[in-house]
Design a protein. Structure first.
Lengths: 115, 111
């Protein structure tokens, strides 16, 4: 089956620093990747959709200048949380899919803690 | 904004009991998926339904997509402790390939 990895699996950083999270599709080419955020005891909230080689589409209420998404290749998308603050602490999950399909393959998630 | 409301939010039952989780929206979805998520992990896909009225069975789990493709249900027969987890429905708005997740149902099955 399709495998999606995320790195790092967890990260702790100081307030004001930037953190980059990688999402990789290991055995298939993902034309589309999705980034979600999940707060404790809550559901997944879609942050943005990124298509390889084009700008990401952000959901309403998600600051694109704060959450920078780059999808430079068919196997890698990155999410950079800029000037992180404690309220950005969350579980960030990516998923990957092939263009024209509705099957998403989820990564294992990255837990971000901002002190 | 499409919203998917799940009910109940929390459910604690004894092993062997049956349960149903509901996923409702006022929006129409081209397809709907159900996932189960364990703490600290990504969600795992259980099923995808695409046709109004469709019923799919996966061992003790039965999934139904509403005729109007606005709602869905998940029924678990003879629940086991291994069924414990967060159950999430996710709908794909027509014309998109993205999925909007429901509010979630946290199930705990007691031995």
């Amino acid at each position: 089956g399709a495998v999606v990895s995320q790195h790092p699996s967890w990260v702790i950083c100081k307030s004001g620093t930037s953190v980059k999270i990688e999402c990789r599709s290991l055995d298939f080419q993902a034309t589309t990747m999705f980034w979600y955020r999940q707060f404790p005891k809550q559901s997944l909230m879609l942050m943005a959709t990124s298509n390889e080689g084009s700008k990401a589409t952000y959901e309403q209420g998600v600051e694109k200048d704060k959450f920078l998404i780059n999808h430079a290749s068919l196997t890698l998308s990155t999410l950079t949380v800029t000037s992180a603050h404690p309220e950005d602490s969350s579980f960030y999950i990516c998923s990957a899919s092939l263009l024209g399909t509705d099957t998403q393959y989820f990564g294992p998630g990255t837990r971000l803690t901002v002190l | 904004t499409q919203l998917l409301e799940q009910s109940p939010q929390f459910l604690s039952i004894q092993e062997g009991e049956n349960l149903t989780v509901y996923c409702n929206s006022s929006s129409v979805f081209s397809s709907l998926q159900w996932y189960r998520q364990e703490p600290g992990e990504g969600p795992v896909l259980l099923v995808t339904v695409v046709t109004g009225g469709e019923v799919k069975k996966l061992k003790r789990l039965t999934f139904q997509f509403g005729d109007a493709r606005k709602d869905s249900s998940l029924h678990i027969t003879a629940a086991q402790t291994g069924d414990t987890g967060l159950y999430l429905c996710a709908g794909s708005p027509s014309g998109t390939y993205k999925y909007i997740f429901g509010t979630g149902t946290r199930l705990k099955v007691l031995a």
